[in-house]
Design a protein around this ligand. Structure first.
Ligand code: A2R
Length: 316
C-alpha cells in the first residue's frame, strides 16, 4: 500500500478512511525522526498535515519520493509551495467548507467585544448583579462601519453576515472584487473610516504585519481590531503597545504569532477578547474539512490529481 505520513492530529473518521487505502505513519508517535526517516523516509509518497504544522523543510528533505501533501485547513502558509512545485509535489487544502463557521466566529468575536459579554457573564456569575446592581452599558454593533481586510471566500461570508447590522461595509484587497461593497485602495485610509477592522487574508510574507502601528492608530481609541486570519498579519508587539497606550480601543483575536503562546500583554488586557484558534472548530465543520482532506488524497491515489489544489499548484 502507498505510504502516508500523518503530521498532527486527525479525526477518527479521517483515520478510518485513510487506513483503508494507505499505510499510515504518525509523526506524533515517532521518537527519533532521523532513524525513522532512514528506514521509511524513501517510501513516503503522501503527507496529510494541517495549516498550523504544515511540512517543515527538514521533513520535506527526508521524503525524496513525496508526491502529494493534503492540508486540513484553508491556510497553507506553513507549507513552502515554491519548494513543492520545484519538486513536482501537489498541494491541496480545504477551501469553502469552513467559510460559514469562520464567519460565525467573527461575528461572535465582534459581539463579545462590543457588548462586553465576557465581563457581563462574570458579573452575573460572581453575584455582582445582586451586590452592585446592573452591569455597565456596552456598545451596539448596529450602524457601525466595518472594514474587511481580505474579500475572498471567507471575507465575503463575513460581509454577508455583517449586513444585518445595517452599517457600511468597506474592504481592502490588492485587486478590486466583484462585490457590492466599497473597495478602499489604502488600508490605513480604510482603518481611519472604520469602527471595526477585520483581518481575513492568508498568512505568509505578503501579508506579514500588514496591520502595523499606523493602521492601528488610524482605527483609533474607539476602534476594534478583529483577527481571524493568521497572527502574522498583525504586528503583535505594536498591538500590545497600542492597547496599552489607548491608541487602539479593543482587539478580538482568534490567532496569534506564536500559537499556542499568547503574549502576556494581550492576556492581561481588559480590552481584549481572546480565543485559542477555534474559527472553524465545530464538529460539523471539522468533519467537512476532514472529508475533503481525505478526498484529496484518495483522488490522488485514483488518478494522480487533487480535488482542491492550492492556487499555486492548480496548473500541475
Ligand atoms: O489581494 P487580493 O486581490 O489577492 O485579495 C485577497 C486578499 N489578500 C490581500 N489583501 C490585501 N493585501 C494582501 N497582501 C493580500 N493578500 C491576499 O485576501 C483575497 O480577497 C483574500 C483571500 O481570499 P481567499 O484566497 O478566498 O481565502 P479565504 O478562503 O477567504 O481564506 C483566507 C484565510 C486563509 O488563508 C487562512 O489564513 C484563514 O483565512 O483561515
Amino acid at each position: 500500500m502507498t505510504e502516508c505520513l500523518v503530521i498532527g492530529g486527525i479525526t477518527d473518521e479521517m483515520r478510518t478512511r485513510l487506513d483503508a487505502k494507505f499505510t499510515l505513519h504518525d509523526l506524533n508517535g515517532i521518537e527519533n525522526f532521523d532513524s525513522w526517516a532512514a528506514e521509511h523516509g524513501a517510501g513516503i509518497e503522501a503527507v496529510c498535515t494541517n495549516g498550523h504544522d504544515g511540512v517543515k523543510p527538514e521533513i520535506m528533505g527526508a521524503l525524496p519520493a513525496l508526491k502529494v501533501i493534503s492540508c486540513y485547513g484553508v491556510g497553507y502558509d506553513a507549507i513552502d509551495t515554491s519548494a513543492c512545485i520545484a519538486r513536482g509535489i501537489k498541494v491541496s487544502h480545504t477551501p469553502n467548507v469552513l467559510n460559514g463557521e469562520v464567519a460565525n466566529t467573527t461575528l461572535l468575536l465582534i459581539l463579545t467585544a462590543l457588548r462586553n459579554f465576557n465581563s457581563d457573564e462574570a458579573w452575573a456569575r460572581s453575584g455582582n448583579w445582586e451586590a452592585e446592581g446592573n452591569a455597565p452599558l456596552s456598545r451596539s454593533p448596529d450602524g457601525l462601519t466595518y472594514g474587511i481586510l481580505g474579500m475572498g471566500r471567507i471575507g465575503q461570508e463575513i460581509a454577508r453576515r455583517l449586513e444585518i447590522f445595517g452599517g457600511d461595509i468597506l474592504y481592502h484587497t490588492r485587486s478590486k472584487k466583484d462585490v457590492s461593497y466599497e473597495h478602499v485602495a489604502d488600508l490605513t485610509e480604510m482603518a481611519k473610516r472604520a469602527d471595526v477592522l477585520i483581518c481575513i487574508t492568508p498568512g505568509g510574507p505578503s501579508t506579514e504585519k500588514l496591520v502595523n502601528a499606523q493602521v492601528m492608530e488610524a482605527l483609533g481609541p474607539k476602534g476594534l481590531l478583529v483577527n481571524v486570519s493568521r497572527g502574522s498579519v498583525v504586528d503583535e508587539d505594536a498591538l500590545v503597545s497600542a492597547l496599552e497606550s489607548g491608541k487602539l480601543g479593543m482587539a478580538a483575536l482568534d490567532v496569534f504569532v506564536r500559537e499556542p503562546h499568547i503574549p502576556d500583554g494581550l492576556k492581561s488586557s481588559e480590552r481584549t477578547v481572546l480565543l485559542p484558534h477555534v474559527g472553524s472548530a465545530t464538529h460539523e465543520t471539522r468533519a467537512a474539512m476532514g472529508n475533503l482532506t481525505v478526498d484529496n488524497l484518495l483522488q490522488w491515489l485514483d488518478d494522480g490529481s487533487v480535488q482542491t489544489p492550492v492556487p499555486e499548484c492548480a496548473h500541475m
